[in-house]
Design a protein around this ligand. Structure first.
Ligand SMILES: C[S@@+](CC[C@H](N)C(=O)[O-])C[C@H]1O[C@@H](n2cnc3c(N)ncnc32)[C@H](O)[C@@H]1O
Length: 212
């Protein structure tokens, strides 16, 4: 599990947050068994936080960039009304097959619509307005996803962007992905269309609210 706080502190925070439930535990186990990168999954703390945010703003339509094995999509779907939807984009059909196996075991799975393909293209075909957008895919494309998301977001809606502290690499960026996150964070901070806060939850979560 990727975390910037000591693992014991992370575990404590998890134990004192609303649990995610058995389908999520199965999803964690399957992702460990059947993928090489289980750490990509948002996990229980961030999952609970996303679920809470979706419920807190009364979201009905959510867009996600980066489905992987479906943990965050299902977490957000749980907080939606019966006629709500999460549209989730990913290029990896094998990971999404694992997601679909688990979504089908939850009464909230039917609220999730999966779109397979390169999200830099498929996001253009998504019709807004969305109440909340969660961005958690290739870091080099974050600016593309952000601009497309903002154009499709209702005034007052939220964009949440994962991995924006990038394991601390934002402090001394070297790799292309480090530099992309640094450029992204600076772009958001300079953007008058929004207000934002960069939270130190897990690997850094940028919360962005589109000004009404
Ligand atoms: C960090 S994982 C998402 C984790 C997910 N939110 C969860 O909770 O399990 C990132 C995902 O982005 C996807 N991805 C990377 N580049 C992409 C692209 N250009 N278009 C669509 N998906 C992409 C990867 O296939 C991967 O599944």
């Amino acid at each position: 599990m990727l975390t910037l706080v000591p693992e014991t502190v992370e575990q404590y925070a998890r134990r004192h947050s609303t649990p995610m439930g058995p389908v999520f535990e199965a999803l964690e186990a399957t992702t460990k068994e059947r993928t090489d990168v289980p750490q990509m999954q948002v996990g229980p703390l961030e999952g609970a936080f996303l679920r809470l945010l979706v419920g807190a703003i009364g979201a009905k339509r959510v867009l996600e960039v980066g489905t992987f094995t479906g943990y965050s999509a299902l977490a957000m779907a749980e907080a939606l009304p019966e006629d709500g939807e999460v549209v989730t984009l990913d290029v990896d059909a094998d990971a999404v097959a694992i997601a679909q196996e688990h979504w089908s075991r939850s009464p909230h799975g039917k609220k999730i619509v999966s779109v397979i393909g390169d999200a830099r293209e498929t996001i253009i075909g998504q019709k807004g307005p969305f109440d909340l957008v969660f961005i958690d895919a290739d870091k080099e494309s974050y600016l593309v996803y952000y601009e497309a998301a903002l154009a499709r977001l209702r005034p007052g809606g939220l964009i949440i962007v994962d991995n924006t502290l990038w394991g601390g690499a934002v402090l001394e960026p070297k790799e292309t992905s480090d530099l992309a996150i640094v450029a992204f964070n600076e772009h958001v901070r300079a953007d008058d269309r929004v207000e934002n806060v960069l939270l130190t939850v897990r690997d850094g979560m940028m919360l962005v609210r589109k000004r009404p």
